[in-house]
Design a protein around this ligand. Structure first.
Ligand SMILES: C[S@@+](CC[C@H](N)C(=O)[O-])C[C@H]1O[C@@H](n2cnc3c(N)ncnc32)[C@H](O)[C@@H]1O
Length: 513
């Protein structure tokens, strides 16, 4: 989808240079499919594991595609004439001026990461491995532009891909989220604090033939007074003392302030019905419920919120991870200061997860903060849509009577797992677990009464009628059964264990002859 609106930032090359670069890349098939075809499935699989030995063998003839693969995928130094041929009408001086290549004594090396992404996109980013000079300084440059990493993919897979008129990628970096947004948003705005990142994003956009409105500034400042249908962000969410050495990682805000700030901005950023999705870290502070802390970020915003915690790290492992990430692991003082800050603020652990907020404008919004350790089917975005849809459905059944007056069926892929001990009287079931093989993949231990309730969800009778039968069978007063169900049934619906039965189609009325 072509975007309206200008690319307001210059790329790494003038527009004509980017056109010639694109021409060079497409003419030799330096695309995901072109590379996969050239290398074959086994070599492609080895490359995915950073084993380049076979790829180097099959690209020894150094035709232009082979040269680009050796340069940008395998990280080799390649002969000047071969690189010049690969860049076709883009001169080596132009390529060097755009940092695409670096002159070395024995040839040419990659200056940046330039890799195909999707079917007809390319992403430009700084090299993940520091250059020799940076390696000597033992760190990445402060404005290092991150390539597509695990976090980028986690967010991209979680974004709700409904068509929207306007979308914002806050902290765009190389532009990966904006590329995805271009496929379902009429207009894409992308912001970043880093001028370097915006020039990379502009290049990514122009290489893809897309036009984004690119703006520079801190957090929501560049879009002050504007609202969007969808806002996505993989911000510099790393938590700590607020030291700022690398823009891709550090926000300069102490603790988890950046994520709290983004959550608080939801009201300002979102159109009615709009969605904000971002990745975040949060502090687990001694004596405080981490879920209350994260829910508190949205206090007073009126948003419906679903926060999913996917990982919890201990402070030491967390600091090691992020110092390694920016090649700063050799700085023990930095690690000590970071860990001291955690100690001083009673931080016992750091959570990581995905935050989705919807501006549904209800008086009593749902704010659910929970841990999901189970593997999640990807892309996760459709599951998020369904979760919010289920909340809307529950809202539409505001009273217990309305809820229990509904017929339910069990969700597709729901299975029951039993554990039993064998004794003199045969098998004695000790534990029963409901396992979702589809949907959110929850598994929950379930008591026998609940199992009967769920087992009875075959779409033929209302939940209220099921409860009446069970009340008689268990000799329990029906109101007791109903008040238990008033708590349990919404939970079962929210997690997708049972779903409202589809109404049978009404018989068409015969047309009079
Ligand atoms: C983790 S990178 C994410 C890049 C990309 N969006 C992705 O999904 O991979 C975070 C980005 O936020 C930018 N950034 C850092 N501080 C910022 C701030 N205060 N306001 C806006 N952007 C910021 C960084 O320059 C960087 O490009």
């Amino acid at each position: 989808m072509r975007q309206n609106g200008p690319v307001t930032y210059p790329g790494l090359l003038p527009d004509d240079g980017i056109r010639r670069l694109r021409d060079a890349l497409t003419s030799v098939n330096y695309t995901a499919t072109g590379i996969a075809e050239r290398l074959g499935p086994d070599v492609t699989a080895a490359v995915a594991k950073n084993d380049f030995r076979a790829a180097l063998k099959v690209t020894e003839d150094r035709d232009p595609l082979a040269t680009l693969i050796r340069l940008y995928i395998c990280g080799q130094t390649e002969p000047r004439p071969a690189v010049a041929r690969a860049f076709k009408d883009l001169s080596l001086d132009e390529a060097a001026g755009a940092e695409l290549i670096l002159e070395a004594t024995d040839g040419i090396t990659a200056g940046l990461d330039l890799e195909p992404y999707g079917t007809d996109w390319w992403i430009l980013a700084d090299l993940a491995t520091p250059s020799a000079a940076q390696a000597r300084r033992n760190t990445l440059r402060p404005d290092h532009v991150l390539g597509v990493g695990g976090a980028s993919t986690t967010l991209a897979n979680a974004v709700i891909r409904d068509s929207v008129a306007t979308a914002l990628d806050l902290g765009t970096g190389c532009g990966v989220q904006a590329l995805h947004l271009s496929q379902h948003a009429g207009r894409v705005t992308a912001t970043d604090l880093s001028e370097r990142a915006l020039r990379f994003a502009a290049t990514t956009a122009k290489l893809a033939g897309l036009e984004w409105d690119l703006r520079r500034g801190d957090m929501i400042t560049p879009v002050h007074d504007e609202k969007f249908d969808l806002v996505v962000s993989n911000p510099p969410f790393v938590v700590g003392p607020g030291t700022l050495t690398h823009t891709y990682r550090d926000s300069g805000r102490p603790g988890d302030g950046i994520s709290a700030e983004l959550a608080e901005s939801s009201r300002e950023l979102l159109n009615p019905g709009g969605t904000l999705q971002f990745l975040a870290n949060w502090l687990h502070v001694r004596g405080e419920d981490w879920a209350d802390r994260v829910a508190g970020w949205f206090a007073g915003t009126g948003m419906d919120v679903w926060v999913v915690q996917r990982e919890v790290s201990d402070p030491m492992a967390y600091v090691d991870l992020w110092l390694n990430d920016a090649a700063e692991a050799g700085d023990p003082q930095r690690a000590a200061a970071w860990l001291d800050w955690f100690d001083a603020h009673h931080v016992e652990a750091v959570g990581f997860g995905l935050v989705t907020a919807k501006n549904n404008q209800h008086h009593s919004p749902v704010v659910r903060v929970e841990t999901m350790r189970q593997p999640l089917a990807q892309p996760f975005g459709p599951q998020i849509t369904q979760w919010f849809d289920r909340q809307e459905w529950l809202r539409s059944r505001a009273t217990v009577d309305a809820l229990l007056d509904t017929k339910f069926v069990t969700a597709d892929g729901l299975t029951l797992h039993q554990e039993a001990d064998h004794g003199p009287d045969g098998w004695d079931v000790t534990m029963q677990t409901l396992v979702q093989t589809e949907g959110l993949g929850w598994n929950e231990e379930i008591d026998p009464t609940m199992l009967v309730l769920i087992g009875g969800c075959d779409g033929t009778v209302t939940m209220g009628d099921q409860l009446a039968v069970m009340a008689a069978a268990y000799e329990t007063p029906e109101p007791v059964m109903r008040s238990m169900a008033a708590v349990v049934v919404p939970h079962l619906i929210e997690r997708g264990f049972i779903v409202p039965a589809a109404e049978p189609p009404t018989k068409p009325v015969a047309e009079p002859r």
